[in-house]
Write a protein that binds this ligand. Structure first.
Ligand SMILES: [Zn+2]
Length: 360
């Protein structure tokens, strides 16, 4: 078979915005001129977008079948998300690794929650004494991450409350680390955070309960934050739904939401590394990483950093190459500078995954 002809993409390459000719040869990037290469597209070239908090194989009712999961992955891909950190799934989605046409995937295994303290059908629901052994199990099942449900409404207390005692969380984090996995946790409220951060958790999801002292502790420990701003925008709905039976919970959610932009921006300004997560599948739709970049910008993250949070900075964090010589050709082309107008992220000219145009 004759070799596939080299392809040329031309335009400013982010993050530095230097105009370049980028060539794709056998699925890989080279900046060495390739005589006879066809110019496939011109525009702003952005390293493949990253959805750092998404759920493939999950919908409102729990695990989805493989056909539905495939549609979720295609929606994410077509929105430019070529690398997904799955933040917990009830389905076994490791088959996605074998599909060249679907995004790269870093799985967290299944969520681990306290008994009857999470969305039905989502998590392994366990008692405190079993938390560490489940953490080790999911560390072995996942792709280097596990996901804990840090807090959730306690119907007994009528308010948001930590899922487990701090010592149980600390043991679980140590157990996952011993298996070589990193740990992240769903955290809406304040109470769960000090113990998790002190115990060396690697990342916090949502993080609306952060305070100045905890933000300082995150900076010291190098803890990352994936706020999922679009998901936080649903707090008023949670508050309204809980109002009659759980007024204290409704008040907590309303208060957290009122302070949300200031809380997330305080973390950003203190230097906590922030990444973009759409929370697709966690009661949100797939394929909307663009919406999360816009949401980060809306609360005050400068456009360049909001985009970096969903592209080059997130790739670096997760250990996946950007647009370097010899890297897999995973990138998105836009017809204008997304940093000047983030809305262009909704209409990519090209989405190139492993050297192949999947959206053209
Ligand atoms: Zn989620």
């Amino acid at each position: 078979m004759p070799p596939e002809p080299a392809q040329r993409y031309r335009g400013p390459v982010l993050p530095d915005g230097e105009p370049r000719d980028l060539y794709v040869v056998a699925g890989r990037i080279t900046y060495e001129p390739q005589p006879g290469a066809d110019t496939v597209a011109e525009g702003w070239i952005v390293p493949g977008l990253v959805d750092a908090h998404c759920h493939l194989g999950l919908d409102d009712f729990g695990a989805t079948d493989d056909a539905a999961t495939e549609q979720q992955a295609i929606a994410d891909r077509d929105g430019g998300a070529l690398l997904i950190r799955d933040a917990g799934s009830a389905a076994d989605t490791r088959w996605i690794h074998d599909r060249d046409d679907l995004p790269r995937l870093i799985r967290c295994g299944r969520h681990i929650a306290a008994t009857k303290r999470y969305i039905r059908g989502y998590a392994h629901e366990v008692e405190p004494a079993d938390l560490a052994s489940y953490a080790a199990q999911e560390a072995r099942n996942g792709d280097g991450w596990i996901k804990l449900v840090g807090d959730w409404i306690s119907r007994d207390e009528g308010d948001l409350a930590p899922s487990f005692p701090a010592e149980a969380f600390a043991d679980a984090i140590a157990a996952a680390h011993a298996e070589g996995a990193k740990v992240t946790a769903h955290c809406f409220g304040h109470g769960v955070l000090p113990g998790l951060i002190e115990a060396g958790i690697d990342c916090i999801e949502h993080g609306t309960g952060l305070t100045e002292d905890l933000i300082d502790a995150m900076v010291q420990h190098g803890t990352r934050l994936v706020p999922t701003v679009m998901q936080l925008d649903k707090f008023p709905e949670h508050a309204a739904a809980g109002q009659d039976k759980f007024p204290a919970y409704a008040e907590t959610m309303t208060d957290l939401y009122a302070r949300m932009p200031a809380t997330i921006m305080a973390a950003y300004e203190a230097g906590v590394p922030i990444y973009a997560g759409s929370d697709g599948g966690g009661i949100s739709r797939h394929g909307n990483i663009a919406g999360e970049v816009e949401a980060l910008a809306r609360i005050g993250v400068p456009a360049h950093d909001a985009l970096g949070a969903a592209s080059w900075r997130a790739r670096e964090w997760l250990g996946v190459d950007g647009l370097t010589e010899g890297a897999s050709a995973d990138f998105v082309v836009y017809d204008r500078d997304p940093r000047a107008d983030l809305s262009v992220l909704r209409t990519p000219t090209r989405v190139v995954l492993r050297g192949r145009s999947v959206v053209a």
